[in-house]
Design a protein around this ligand. Sequence first.
Ligand SMILES: *Cc1c(COP(=O)(O)O)cnc(C)c1O
Length: 493
Amino acid sequence: MFYKSTRGNENLVTASEAIIRGIAEDGGLFVPELFPKIDKTFDELKNLNYKELAFYVLSKYFDDFSAEELKACIEGAYDEKFEDPAIAPLKYSAGAYFLELFHGKTLAFKDMALSILPYLVKIAAKRLDINKEIVILTATSGDTGKAALEGFAKVKGTKIVVFYPKEGVSEIQKRQMITQEGENTFVVGIEGNFDDAQNGVKTIFGDSDFNKLLDENGYMLSSANSINIGRLIPQIVYYVYAYVTLLKDEKVKAGEKINVVVPTGNFGNILAAFYAKNMGLPIDKLICASNENKVLTDFINTGVYDKNRDFVITNSPSMDILISSNLERFLYEISGKNSDFINELMEQLRTEGRYEINSEMKERLEELYGGFATEEETIEAIKEVYASSKYVLDTHTAVAYNVFRKYVSTTKDDAVTVIASTASPFKFPRSVNEALSFEDSKASDFEMVEKLSKEFNIRIPKGIDNLESKPIIHTTTCDKENMKNVIEEFLKL
Ligand SMILES: *Cc1c(COP(=O)(O)O)cnc(C)c1O
C-alpha cells in the first residue's frame, strides 16, 4: 500500500513516510493509492472485538508495519484509558444508534485516533531510521489539542506544540490543555480563530527556511491534525465496528445498508466513514451535519465552496471552522483522482476564498446529505432527546441529531442510522445546562459538571475529575503572526 499527494507532484510514499511527514511537500494531503477491500464476511467480522477489528482494518493500510508492531500499537492505545470496555459502545435512543466515541481520556472522539498516533509515529520513525526529535505541531478547535497532548506527553523523542484560539474553546477544554503535564508539551493561546491557527500551522509546515533551521537543530515537524493519514485511518475502524455491532445485535441483516450522520468540522470524521464505504462497508447516505458555520451544507447543496462569510462562535465550538481541510481528500476521489483540478480548486480557495466543482463531481455529491442546526435547534435537540429517552447529548452530537431529524422528515428514509456521538455532555456542561436547566447559570462549568453528574446520575468521567484543582502550567499567548517565534523560543533555536 502506497500513498500519494492529492496535488499530484510527489512520488509514492510508504505509510511510515506519510505518517511522519503529515502533509506532502506540494501542500497536498496524502491519500491511499487505492482503497483496500473488506475481504472477510461481516459474519466473520462480527466476532472480533474492537482491538481485533482495528488490527484487521489497520493492517490493510499500514502494511510496512509488522503484525507484531501493529498489535503493540493497538494494545497500547485501546486499553483501560477507555472507560468503556467496548471502546466505542453503540446505544439506541430516540430513533437512532449513537456510536459513543467519547470514552477516552479527553472525552471527545479525537481520542480514538490520537491514542494510537504516537505509537504509529514512533514505529514509523524507527522504520525510516530517523534520528531527529519529532516536533508535533497542532492547531486545535478545542478537542484535538488535549487529545494530542495526552497522547504525546512524555513520549521520548517527541515534543508537542498546540495552538488553540484563545476565545474559541470551552472553559473545560481550555483548562484541560493549560494544565497539561509533561516537559515536552507546549500550549499556546492565539489571538484569532481556529482557521487562523490552522493556517498558521500549515504555513509553518510549508516554510522551507524554517524547516531547514529545525533540521540543523536536530528537529523535524510532524502533525497530529486530521490531515495526518495516521489519524484518519484509525477512525475507519469504528464505523466498521458499528456495523458489525448492529449485525451481532440483529438490528441489520448482513449487507443491509445503513445511514451515518457525522457532526462535521474539518471533514475528517465523515471522511473516515467515506473511506469505510469505499472499502465495502454498506453505507448509503453520509449525512454531514454542520452548525451555523455551514460552509459544508452550502457546498453539498450547490457545489460551491465559499468561505467568504462571518465566522460564528457557537455552542458546538469544535465545529467552528470555515476551511475544512479534509474535504480536499474527498474532492480528490470524486474528481476521479484529478490532481490538476484539485490544484486549481485549492489555488482558488487560497486566492478568492471560493471555488466551484464541475458537473460530474456535483453528481457524486448525491452520496452526501448536508444540513445544519442553529444554536437554538441544538439546545432543542438536547431537550427533545432527554425528554423522550432520558439520554443526554452534548452539543456536537445534538447538531447531528437535529440534522438527522431534518433528513428523515424531508426524505422519509427509514434506514437504520448511526450517529457519531463525538463528545461527552460533561465537556460542554454550560450548554447542556441551558437545555435541561439543572443548575443556576451563574455557576462555573466545574460546578455544573458536579451537578450534571448528580442530577442525571452519571459518573463524572476520569478525564475531568479534579480538573479545577490542577495547577495551570501553560500561560503563553501570541498573535497569529508570531506563531513561528513562539516555536523558536520553545525549542531554543
Ligand atoms: C473535532 C470535533 C468534531 C469535528 O470533527 P471533524 O473530523 O473535524 O469533522 C465534532 N465534534 C467534536 C466534539 C469534535 O471534537
